[in-house]
Structures are given as structure tokens and as C-alpha cells.
Design a protein around this ligand. Structure first.
Ligand SMILES: C[S@@+](CC[C@H](N)C(=O)[O-])C[C@H]1O[C@@H](n2cnc3c(N)ncnc32)[C@H](O)[C@@H]1O
Length: 250
């Protein structure tokens, strides 16, 4: 196995069994949905980069509509399918194993495109451009994206993200990407930092503890990286975080 594949496998292992694979919060998602006024009664929904399905299951339950749930990790999709069965939602969730950058779906068939913490894999701009053709007329996209909350950030924050995610942008830069990709911004809402700790970093830390004595050097370096990421967030959460971009296809 190539180094990079081993790195991804270690990352997946650390995230298995978790409710979520990135920061988010069901109550906050409910709040976001309460702000959407323009959806049809039975929206055609996609959750892209769905992980083990926190968003997909929430949306299926809430709308009682079919959700296309996309991820390239078989392990996460299997967890999603099991959870859907446990919750009696399996008839509403279609787990699709594929690359989010090459969705060959019929154009204009999604009324609600949802993606939490995953668009960065294509870059925010790249994801908007790749997914825009899928949007039905007046369709709504809700995408959470790691964003700078201010244009002046401490040097340590800038250096970290320059290395980890060089195309990270401010909310205003991301709004410009939306405008030039066929979307109109309806609102931008910041996920509270408490959701990071309660629903993501906290449970992830417990999983990391169980691999503390692993002799796999790649696992150890992934754990070290995540600890560094957590420390940075603890010290600088007011400068960056996940912003939910609510956008309408125009
Ligand atoms: C930070 S996690 C977020 C998962 C989920 N949305 C959540 O909030 O719990 C990002 C997800 O994107 C998936 N992913 C990364 N690159 C991908 C790609 N090119 N195609 C499909 N899925 C991808 C990962 O497997 C992972 O499940």
C-alpha cells in the first residue's frame, strides 16, 4: 500500500464508530433547515461526503424523502447502512460509493444539496463548480466549509492552514466563489465551537486513546497531527471554524 493510502486508512480507522466524521450538530442543522423557505414538499436530496451518515440520516428522517448519500469510503457507507436499518430509514437512504468530484447524475435533479465538512476535498470553489450542474432550478445548497472569520489571523493559524488547506478562504472570498459559480448566498452561519468539542473532537479523542499504543508509525503520526489541530482550535477558535453557506442556484 502507498504511504498516502496508509495515511487515509489510519484516518478512517480513527473515525470508525463515531457519530460524525467532522464537526457538526443536529440541533444546529435543524436551525439551518428552519431558515430554508423555498424547498418543495418532497425535495430530492443529496448528502455529499456523507461519512457514516449523520447528515443523510437526519435529512431522510426530517423530510421522509430519499437521500443520495455519497462517500468514497466503503467503511463509512457500511456504517451508514447499518444505522439506517436500526432507525428504519434504509428505504430512504441510497449509499453511493464514488468520488464526489465525478458524479455523473442527470443534471438539475437535486433540490437540496447538503455537504458538511467535505467540499474542501475539491476546494470550495471546485465543489461549487462540480456540483452546480446537478442543482434543480432554484435548488438550495447547504455546505459547511472551514473558513477564516477575519482577514487578519495570527501567524501560527495562517502557517498551519497554508500547509493543511492552502485554499481556505474568508467568508467573503467564499461568497465571491459562490457568486461566480452560479449560486446566490442566502446566508452564512457559523457552527458554534461547542459542537466541535461535544460532537467531534471529544469522541475522536476517545478513539485516539484506544490507538495510543499502536506500533503503526503512520497511525502515530496521524494522531499527532490531529492533536496539533485540536490544540490550534482550542487556542484560536475565534479566527476560524466551519461556516454553513446557504446558497440558491441562480
Ligand atoms: C470531514 S468528513 C465529513 C463526513 C460527514 N459529512 C460528517 O459531517 O460527519 C469528510 C468525508 O468526505 C469523504 N471524502 C473525502 N474525499 C472524498 C471524495 N473525493 N469523494 C467522496 N468522498 C470523499 C471522507 O471519506 C469523509 O467521510
Amino acid at each position: 500500500m502507498e504511504e498516502h493510502d496508509k495515511y487515509i486508512q489510519a484516518l478512517i480507522k480513527l473515525h470508525l464508530g463515531l457519530e460524525r466524521q467532522g464537526p457538526g450538530d443536529i440541533n444546529y442543522s435543524n436551525h439551518i433547515l428552519s431558515l430554508l423557505k423555498e424547498l418543495p414538499a418532497n425535495p430530492r436530496i443529496a448528502d455529499i461526503g456523507c461519512g457514516a451518515g449523520a447528515g443523510a440520516l437526519f435529512l431522510a428522517d426530517r423530510f421522509k424523502s430519499k437521500v443520495r448519500a455519497v462517500d468514497f469510503s466503503r467503511e463509512f457507507l457500511d456504517e451508514l447502512i447499518n444505522r439506517a436499518k436500526q432507525r428504519g430509514l434504509e428505504h430512504l437512504v441510497e449509499a453511493i460509493e464514488c468520488d464526489m468530484g465525478s458524479l455523473d447524475w442527470k443534471p438539475e435533479t437535486i433540490d437540496l444539496l447538503w455537504s458538511e465538512g467535505a467540499a474542501y476535498n475539491l476546494t470550495f470553489e471546485g465543489a461549487l463548480k462540480a456540483w452546480r450542474p446537478l442543482m434543480a432550478a432554484n435548488g438550495i445548497a447547504v455546505i459547511s466549509e472551514m473558513s477564516y472569520f477575519t482577514s487578519e489571523v495570527p501567524e501560527s493559524v495562517r502557517v498551519y492552514w497554508q500547509n493543511a488547506y492552502p485554499t481556505i478562504g474568508t467568508e467573503s472570498e467564499n461568497s465571491n466563489h459562490a457568486n461566480s459559480s452560479g449560486f446566490k448566498i442566502l446566508g452564512i452561519h457559523r457552527l458554534p465551537s461547542k459542537a466541535w468539542w461535544d460532537n467531534y473532537y471529544g469522541p475522536l479523542r476517545e478513539n485516539m486513546n484506544s490507538f495510543k499504543h499502536s506500533e503503526d508509525s503512520i497511525m502515530q503520526s496521524v494522531i499527532k497531527e490531529i492533536e496539533e489541530e485540536m490544540k490550534l482550535f482550542e487556542e484560536h477558535e475565534k479566527y476560524y471554524g466551519y461556516s454553513f453557506y446557504i446558497m440558491k442556484a441562480v
